[in-house]
Ligand binder design. Structure first.
Ligand code: FE2
Length: 268
C-alpha cells in the first residue's frame, strides 16, 4: 500500500511555516510515501515564488500543485520551466509555460499527479477540463495506474463531476481552492478516492486565510480595500489516501485537521 498525504491550499507565511515545521512529523506518524501540497496562495496569499517552491520541496513535498493564482508572481514563469515538480493547471491553452502533469519514481513505483482547474465561477476560464483529462490520464496510465488529480475549482458540482468522470481511471480526485474542508470524503464505486475540498493550511482566525476585519468591512461597504493575509495559530488540513500500488485503486481516504507547530518548533 502506498500512502499519499495531500494538503490543501497553503496560505501565507503562517501556512508555510506550519507545513514546513510539521511535515517531517506527519510523514513519520502516518508512514507517508508521497506528499502533494497546493501552494498557489503560499506567497502572501497570492501566488508562489521559486524560493517558496524550493522550501516546500526541501521540507519533503513531492509535488506542488497550483491553480488560478499560479502566475501572480512574475518570476514563477521562467522558474516553472525548470522545475517539473511545480504544476500549473493542465487546461491552459497549448504553449503555456510549465506542465499540468508529472510522473515521479518512488520506492513503491511511479506516482502521477495531474493539476486541473474548474471553469465555473473561476477566472481565467480555461479550456474544457474533461477532454484534456481524458488525454492526460490515457497517456499517464501507460506509465502508472497510481494517479492523483488536484481539481482546483469553486463549485462542488464541477469537482464531483470530475471525480465521477474519472472514477476507476485514477486513484484520487482531490479538490482545492475554496479553503474550506468538506466532509464528503469517499471512495467511489470503481476505486477512486474523492473529496470536494481538502481545506486550507493557514491561519485559523481569518476569513479563508485573510484578516477578518477588512473582509467584513468590504461586504458591508462595497468599497475596495486591501485584504492582508492573517497571522497567528495555523492548522493543516488535507487528506491521507491509501492506494494499492499494483492496481491504482484507493483503499481509504481520511480527512486530516492537524494543529500547527508548537512555538518551540517554529524557526526563530
Ligand atoms: Fe485558487
Amino acid at each position: 500500500m502506498l500512502t499519499i498525504l495531500f494538503l490543501g491550499d497553503v496560505v501565507g507565511e503562517s501556512g508555510r511555516s506550519a507545513v514546513i515545521a510539521r511535515l517531517p512529523e506527519l510523514k513519520k506518524e502516518y508512514a507517508v510515501d508521497f506528499i502533494i501540497v497546493n501552494g498557489e496562495n503560499a506567497a502572501a496569499g497570492r501566488g508562489i515564488t521559486p524560493k517558496i517552491t524550493i522550501d516546500l520541496l526541501r521540507a519533503g513535498v513531492s509535488v506542488v500543485t497550483t491553480g488560478d493564482h499560479i502566475w501572480d508572481r512574475k518570476e514563477i514563469v521562467p522558474f516553472i520551466e525548470t522545475e517539473p515538480r511545480l504544476l500549473r493547471p493542465l487546461n491552459y491553452p497549448a504553449g503555456a509555460p510549465g506542465a499540468g502533469t508529472v510522473v515521479l519514481e518512488t520506492p513503491k513505483g511511479k506516482v502521477g499527479v495531474i493539476n486541473v482547474q474548474g471553469r465555473t465561477f473561476m477566472q481565467p476560464i480555461l479550456e474544457n477540463p474533461f477532454p484534456m483529462l481524458d488525454a492526460a490520464v490515457n497517456t499517464m496510465r501507460a506509465e502508472t495506474s497510481v494517479i492523483v488529480v488536484d481539481a482546483h475549482g469553486e463549485t462542488t458540482s464541477e469537482k464531483i463531476a470530475i471525480g465521477r468522470y474519472l472514477d476507476g481511471r485514477v486513484s484520487a480526485v482531490l479538490g482545492t481552492h475554496t479553503h474550506v474542508q468538506t466532509a464528503d470524503e469517499q471512495i467511489f464505486e470503481n476505486g477512486t478516492a474523492f473529496i470536494c475540498d481538502a481545506g486550507m493550511c493557514g491561519p485559523v482566525r481569518s476569513i479563508l486565510g485573510r484578516e477578518i476585519e477588512p473582509i467584513v468591512g468590504r461586504f458591508i461597504s462595497n468599497l475596495p480595500v486591501a485584504f492582508p493575509v492573517a497571522h497567528g495559530e495555523a492548522r493543516l488540513r488535507g487528506v491521507l489516501v491509501e492506494v494499492d500500488e499494483s492496481t491504482g485503486r484507493a483503499h481509504c481516504i481520511r480527512r486530516l485537521d492537524e494543529p500547527g507547530p508548537r512555538r518551540d518548533e517554529l524557526p526563530a
